[in-house]
Design a protein around this ligand. Structure first.
Ligand SMILES: Cc1cc2nc3c(=O)[nH]c(=O)nc-3n(C[C@H](O)[C@H](O)[C@H](O)COP(=O)(O)O)c2cc1C
Length: 204
């Protein structure tokens, strides 16, 4: 298996709708390729990790690199792997905010303005901290403190992480509907996406 992390910068500002469409595409296509991973976005910069069978990851990476919606594409980490770090996520997603950085002691000195390819490509430790934080729930130190490593806690962590992903996606969708409505572009497609999101939120 191969795990690759890259950085890039959007060519034109991604609207909430464009991010929703991109994530929908990932959720639809990645499972069929056995690809999992996460996508972090802030200040027009993407940080994405893809993992899966080597040829699948290489093919997808080639497509992503050629995608004109972003530029300054740069792989910052490429490693062979025997296990997945993102096994439950077809594509975990997060928009980074100043508030999230404050939650992590190791990231407190890091400014959101520094979330750009130039800075991150020469600060691998910051990237690792960002990825690590994304994978863990925010009260992870508490789990460590009580030394609990059993099945129940793992399930709980997974449920919390999934819930925060769903929240993030629901928020993005609401923003995209507001955006479309303000531009007079609200379509049936938006309503279908809302319907699907309601079903997803009700299911769990
Ligand atoms: C930042 C970014 C991340 C992307 N991540 C994925 C991804 O994880 N999976 C995927 O299938 N396409 C992803 N894409 C879209 C691909 O670049 C490309 O549009 C898509 O794979 C084309 O799919 P198709 O040729 O199979 O129709 C991403 C695009 C961007 C700009």
């Amino acid at each position: 298996m191969l795990r690759v992390t890259y950085l890039s910068r959007e060519s034109n500002a991604f609207s909430a709708r464009a991010l929703v469409d991109l994530l929908e595409h990932c959720k639809l296509r990645n499972p069929a390729q056995g690809v999992t991973g996460m996508l972090m976005y802030a200040k027009g910069t993407f940080l994405q990790t893809l993992e899966g069978e080597t040829s699948m990851v290489e093919t997808l990476l080639g497509k992503i690199e050629r995608d004109s919606r972003h530029r300054e594409f740069k792989v910052i980490k490429r490693e062979s792997a025997t296990t997945r770090l993102y096994e439950n996520w077809s594509m975990g997603f997060e928009r980074l905010t100043e508030a999230t950085l404050q939650e992590v002691p190791a990231l407190r000195a890091f400014q959101l303005e520094d979330f750009n390819p130039e800075f991150l490509s020469i600060h691998p430790t910051i990237v690792e901290n960002l990825l690590e934080r994304h994978r863990s729930v925010h009260w992870d130190p508490l789990i460590r403190e009580i030394g609990a490593r059993d099945q129940f806690i793992n399930e709980l962590r997974r449920a919390l992480v999934n819930a925060s992903h769903r929240n993030e996606q629901a928020l993005l969708l609401i923003e995209s509907v507001i955006e479309a409505s303000a531009e007079g572009n609200l379509t049936d497609n938006h309503l279908q996406l809302c319907g699907r999101m309601v079903e997803t939120l009700r299911k769990r």
